[in-house]
Design a protein around this ligand. Structure first.
Ligand code: KG4
Ligand code: ZN
Length: 393
């Protein structure tokens, strides 16, 4: 079954063709990062207008790159939530209209669930050699993640630990009580002047700090602990809280900026707190300390995500953990998760970097599994900006 997937939930416009939920024929993503970088974050009104400009060329390019015609396509799927209403409307309307015009089945897809299904995608070279999957074998193919599994969903707006017993069977074990991990990374990066999106920028700066330490024959671990930032463990739960560590970072960054300013003026600082003192110290020693701050902050977030996910995997005795969402692209998190899980014999999988952040291949993949269950949607399907994963009650 060949599915055309369309993704437009935020600031990326994507179209992809995926066979049997796993084999990628094409994946096209038009990003608006440069535009939103000017504002330090996504401007919804700008995002939806850019979606309109990009979507038709993106769909046409996806078909061309897959060397497919409309006759080859079996179904069309588009994200209907969660996300920005204006952006979602563009992809959903285009998807429904194309399905109507081509008389194809249409399916609206939950963007978060699609992030999970990015773990079912194979490298593109496999598509050429893979035989079509017999319809009755849609549930499992060798190389797929194994149920039951624990999924750590970490995107710009979500941080959740989810027990997945089977396709479509989700139980929420824990969620963030305030900021999502990605949100905290984005906000802190903005304050540190590192631009948008924050996750990759923080990762780059942290890497600089670690490289500098390695060159001086000092341990990388030390670089991550120069600024020992607070962790909210919320023991006895699988919930997260990242607002405390974010606020600590904001104070540090503020202190750094204030101190830099005061030193330029030649005036002594009048107000000292623990944070401004640390910030002043950072400002005095110059740019490398921004890198050390980034390393400390990334470590604080990775620490909590990795330990709590490992604990959930142990409690529910799963053989597999998967990572899903933009923050799953983080190399430090991937390494740390491996360190937590390998000694326990628990398998870890995560999508290739390009399939962690928003893309349409994951939409087409998720659609295959729902279509195989006999589901589809009518033309009256509306966007649901606040949609969550369909958890069992
Ligand atoms: O899943 P995603 O592309 O969009 C949403 O559905 O929200 O996730 C975006 C988030 C942003 O917060 C971004 O900073 C973060 O993923 N991100 C990363 C990395 N790449 C993207 N965070 C940490 N390390 C990365 N390499
Ligand atoms: Zn996403």
């Amino acid at each position: 079954m060949l599915v055309l997937g369309i993704e437009s939930s935020c600031d990326e416009t994507g179209a992809a063709l995926v066979r049997d939920g796993r084999y990628l024929l094409s994946n096209v993503v038009a990003s608006q990062i440069e535009i939103h970088n000017r504002y330090g974050g996504v401007v919804p009104e700008v995002a939806s207008r850019q979606q309109i400009a990009a979507i038709i060329p993106v769909v046409e390019t996806a078909l061309a790159q897959a060397s497919c015609s409309w006759e080859d396509v079996d179904a069309i799927a588009a994200t209907y939530g969660p996300g920005l209403a204006g952006s979602l409307l563009v992809g959903l309307t285009v998807g429904k209209t194309l399905a109507l015009a081509r008389e194809l089945p249409f399916l609206g897809i939950n963007h978060l669930e699609a992030h999970l299904y990015a773990n079912w995608l194979r490298p593109q070279v496999d598509a050429a050699i893979a035989a079509p999957i017999p319809q009755e074998e849609w549930r499992y193919q060798s190389g797929d993640p194994l149920f039951p599994l624990i999924c750590l969903v970490i995107s710009g707006a979500h941080s959740e630990i989810v027990l997945v017993r089977d396709h479509g069977d989700y139980e929420l074990l824990g969620r963030t009580r305030d900021d999502a991990a990605g949100e905290a990374l984005d906000k802190v990066a903005r304050v540190l002047g590192l631009g948008y999106p924050g996750g990759p920028a923080i990762q780059r700066m942290a890497q600089q700090a670690e490289d500098a330490y390695a060159q001086q024959k000092k341990s990388v671990k030390k670089a991550r602990n120069v600024y020992r930032l607070p962790r909210a463990w919320l023991r006895g739960t699988y919930d997260f809280s990242f607002s405390g560590v974010k606020t600590a970072m904001l104070h540090l960054a503020e202190g750094a900026t204030d101190a830099a300013h005061e030193h330029e003026d030649g005036k002594p600082s009048t107000q000292y707190t623990r944070y401004t003192r640390m910030g002043e110290q950072a400002a005095q020693t110059g740019a490398p300390d921004i890198a050390l701050l980034a390393a400390g902050f990334q470590e604080a977030i990775v620490d909590v995500l990795a330990v709590k996910t490992r604990m959930a995997a142990q409690e529910y005795q799963v053989k597999q953990v998967i990572l899903a969402g933009g923050v799953a692209a983080n190399l430090s998190l991937r390494t740390r998760m491996l360190q937590e899980l390998q000694p326990l014999g628990i398998r870890l999988s995560y999508p290739p970097i390009d399939f962690c952040t928003d893309n349409a291949a994951m939409i087409a993949s998720a659609a295959f599994f729902h279509l195989s269950l006999g589901e589809h949607h009518g033309m009256d399907l509306d966007v649901q900006p606040g949609l969550s994963l369909p958890f069992r009650k």
